[in-house]
Design a protein around this ligand. Sequence first.
Ligand code: GRF
Length: 188
Amino acid sequence: MKNIAVFASGSGSNFQAIIDEVERGELSARIALLVCDKQEAKAIERAKMHNIEVFGFDPKAYGSKEEFEQEIKEELQKRNVHFIVLAGYMRLIGPTLLRAYEGSIVNIHPSLLPSFPGKDAIGQALLAGVKVTGVTIHYVDEGMDTGQIIAQEAVSIDQYETKETLTKKIQQVEHYLYSKTLKDLLSK
Ligand code: GRF
């Protein structure tokens, strides 16, 4: 069974979906650590509820990304983490972690990449007036949502769609698609 770490900055609903799959015995992995850069993130509460260790840090307390990533790397290595799952972690991963975890970091993004990378992908899709958007799971490289695509699923944008209704539809897809994809990746 692989030790994984989840990185999140916000609500952590994808983190929760992964916790649930692990606890149901559907996903064979151990969540060894939550890495979180926001003290007030709901993801931290979720970790505590499920006895998952948290490495919380304030990026402003460090001189550079290299410095905090070095510390994260040590925390991961201490716990024998071999795979990193980004779930709403709002930062680009730098060379320190990319080199240590080459090919073993994945991310989920709420659009059909390469369309609408970066922040507010759902808002971007609505603004563009597209009729189909979706969810992408991809490997992480040094770019913003640019790594090799692993899985995608489309979500339709209906006539009276609002940001709220579309977010809900996308989240539903995210929650099962991430677990399903992780199952495949972690069984290799
Ligand atoms: C998700 O939409 C994910 O695709 C994006 O950030 C959001 C995180 O949501 N990378 P949550 O914190 O898991 O609810």
